[in-house]
Design a protein around this ligand. Sequence first.
Ligand SMILES: Cc1cc2nc3c(=O)[nH]c(=O)nc-3n(C[C@H](O)[C@H](O)[C@H](O)COP(=O)(O)OP(=O)(O)OC[C@H]3O[C@@H](n4cnc5c(N)ncnc54)[C@H](O)[C@@H]3O)c2cc1C
Length: 459
Amino acid sequence: MPTQHLDTDYLLIGAGAMSMGFADVILSEDPTARIVMVDRHANPGGHWNDAYPFVRLHQPAAFYGLHSTSLGRGGEDLSSGANLVAYYRDAMDAFVRTGRVTFLPMSEYEGDGRITSIVDAGQVTTVTARRRVVDGTYSHVLVPSICPPRYEVDPGVTLVPPNELARIRRPWERYVIVGAGKTGIDSILFLLDNGVAPERIQWIMPNDAWLLDRGAMQPDLVLDTVVAMVQSIADAAGIQDAFLDLERQGIVFRLDEDSLPHKWRCATVDRRELAQLRRLEDIVRLGRVQQIGRDEIRLDEGTIDAVPDMLVVDCSANGLAKRDPVPLFAPGRVTLQPVFMCQQTFSAALIAHLELLDLTDEHRNRICTPVPHPEHVLDLASALVTTTRNMLNCNRHMALWLRRTRLFLGHHAPAHRYLLGSGKLAMVQRRATASMQRMQRAEPAAGAAERREAVGAGA
Ligand SMILES: Cc1cc2nc3c(=O)[nH]c(=O)nc-3n(C[C@H](O)[C@H](O)[C@H](O)COP(=O)(O)OP(=O)(O)OC[C@H]3O[C@@H](n4cnc5c(N)ncnc54)[C@H](O)[C@@H]3O)c2cc1C
């Protein structure tokens, strides 16, 4: 097969939710722009293509997806993985119909504008991007179905990714869920909601995390929630004081009220789900799994008995690991990263809008700086302080655009509450920054140790 060459304005590596969000704004706000998108998957939507069949958004669809196209039924609706794959497929079809987008699925980007087909080694495409190469792979989302466990599994042990749970054809004596993140939580809820007795479920939980209450993330409340969080950081003597204050306000909660979690990953559940999770008694807090055998499970801090008839569900992939930030804009390059805590699709749309403003890259990078996905409790403070700074800066440069995009949490607040909320953020920002710096000085060792502990906690 011959090599083809394409000239374009933007070459987007990846067609996940962030690349799609970037392309959507570029196409609608610059009628001349041409785009080439490349992805290993057959369909756009990134990790949603690999997710387990019972996955749903964990925050409302009202502020997820594309700037141009609504998603879900509004209010508290959480789109399913299948809805999301169809949504992005339809969006890509619409992009291609403009005649300005070329999508290269089942293809690997190898660097330097070179793309090879995954299904035919002879097919090579080279691309020259006149404006930018846009890296939409930075999030590096890992889901268990494509990521083997990092612990040993003896022969004879049945270990599956959560994708297989919906295909179980017989009852198991014990279900062992490995991983404390949202995927582990979803797997447990799936089993409980399908009538498995809580006594049959063993949850291996390397770390406890603070959880976000979905009730506080509803579209009409979410801006007030962000303001309350920043206010808590400003007022608290230490990071755990801030979390405890937010717990009192009904914004976060923890599974075990007798201990303080050390992780914060924005995992979002509602009160019914929390009550379900609290039905479990067999929760193993002995660190990460090292080896699973037929008779015993070896962990960092001890060994527990196994039963012969157990189904191990591996949810240990760190779906959205915290990564070091890089500049959003560099000559010829954009790297898509969150610029608002845990709001990836909004961030991608915002970065595209910034790209089209008549500014230097230095200026763009001053308006918005990346907000790495949080992992340790201390990250809440820095993520909120940077989010607030970005939001206030954007209000100066693109106030109308911000207020109008449904992807922005503030869009959903009535005008008077929006103005009040923005005003409060402007007033509290300095104190929050000073408080964050005090917290970081007081707990540098804890933060560094947790950051080194990169894997094994689950998505
Ligand atoms: C289970 C789960 C639930 C979530 N729920 C929510 C939610 O409710 N609300 C919310 O705001 N966020 C949520 N998130 C977070 C958010 O949706 C994701 O972080 C976001 O979708 C990430 O998209 P992405 O485009 O950055 O990455 P990805 O989805 O990983 O897309 C990257 C794409 O790049 C492709 N790629 C990588 N390297 C190459 C290469 N060399 N060549 C070709 N292609 C390449 C990959 O195949 C992939 O398709 C959730 C995340 C997970 C894992």
